[in-house]
Design a protein around this ligand. Structure first.
Ligand SMILES: C[S@@+](CC[C@H](N)C(=O)[O-])C[C@H]1O[C@@H](n2cnc3c(N)ncnc32)[C@H](O)[C@@H]1O
Length: 295
């Protein structure tokens, strides 16, 4: 058998057996598309997961083959978003990695609070905010320290690749069991029970919502914001990207941070690449930009 025949046979090999034919070539093309559009790396060990999540999309769209699905995704941004949402994890919770919010409150009791009260502009970015629990935890942490924060020039930008989770965040509606990690006094003051479509839910107060702007944003694409940001949260997302992509992102964040600005990253993530010497550690997975390092 020739080398090209061998390669063809390997490509045709079934990656996962099921209702739809799913060859190794199908998997590789989907993995390449996902990597190119979102930075997310899918190893071959994820083939079953990719198959089961996308088989639902094929059924929903009435398609018969993965080749048809790839064509659909290439020509339909909505389906592209749904595919990326289906293949990414949106797991999050309020006050996840509580030490970051304690650190943030310390900043707002001190230099950032003082600057805001002097009328200075304070900008915070929750990059990859998922369904909003992270930016709301930021807003609630600030409000706990500065209850009249909405009257000051403090704004939180919350962005994610998936418009579904961004819309969820914008609505600010959560179920009772999702509120467990919000301190009781904060819950009492800024979270209100509501009934939505006959279901008991909880709404984040308009005061907290007023601090946040939700937007779709793919970290792999151009960022329209000029900065500077005093604070950037980018947690539990770069772990899905390869090393060069991670290093590039840390550098882009360094460039957008103000002198002495703070970057919070996820518990299993590490700074890497040219950004490393521009930061000093200031707590667990908390990094302060050395004054004016990147600008
Ligand atoms: C595990 S959640 C983390 C949410 C939150 N930061 C936290 O730590 O709880 C990862 C989020 O990253 C988003 N994401 C994945 N790739 C992205 C990209 N290229 N640009 C922006 N967001 C992305 C996903 O949609 C998902 O909501």
């Amino acid at each position: 058998m020739t080398a090209s025949a061998r390669a063809q046979r390997a490509d045709d090999a079934i990656a996962v057996s099921g209702e739809f034919a799913f060859s190794k070539a199908d998997f590789r093309e989907i993995a390449k598309f996902v990597k190119d559009t979102s930075g997310i790396e899918l190893s071959e060990s994820k083939a079953s997961l990719v198959y089961s999540r996308l088989a639902k999309r094929l059924r929903a769209r009435g398609l018969k083959t993965f080749a048809e699905y790839r064509d659909t995704v290439a020509n339909d941004d909505g389906e592209r978003d749904r595919m990326l949402s289906a293949l990414t994890t949106n797991v999050t919770k309020f006050y996840r990695e509580i030490h970051h919010f304690e650190h943030l409150q310390k900043l707002f009791r001190g230099p950032l609070g003082d600057a805001a009260k002097r009328g200075e502009r304070i900008r915070i970015w929750s990059a990859a905010c998922s369904s909003g629990q992270e930016p709301y935890s930021v807003a609630l942490s600030i409000l706990s320290v500065i209850p009249d924060a909405p009257k000051l020039d403090i704004k939180i930008l919350a962005t994610d690749l998936s418009s579904d989770v961004v819309n969820h965040g914008r609505k600010g509606l959560y179920r009772a069991e999702e509120l467990q990690d919000i301190p009781a006094d904060v819950r009492k003051r800024w979270i209100t029970p509501v009934v939505v479509d006959g279901e008991n839910q909880f709404s984040v107060s308009e005061t907290a919502k007023a601090l946040i702007t939700f937007r779709d944003l793919n970290l792999m694409e151009r960022w329209p914001m000029q900065g500077p940001f005093q604070i950037i949260f980018c947690r539990n997302v770069v772990i899905y990207f390869d090393q060069p992509t991670q290093a590039k992102l840390w550098q882009r964040f360094a460039t957008l941070l103000s002198p002495s600005g703070t970057l919070y990253i996820g518990h299993s993530e590490r700074l890497s690449g040219p950004a490393v010497p521009q930061f000093r550690a200031d707590g667990i997975t908390t990094f302060q930009l050395l004054k004016g390092a990147a600008r």
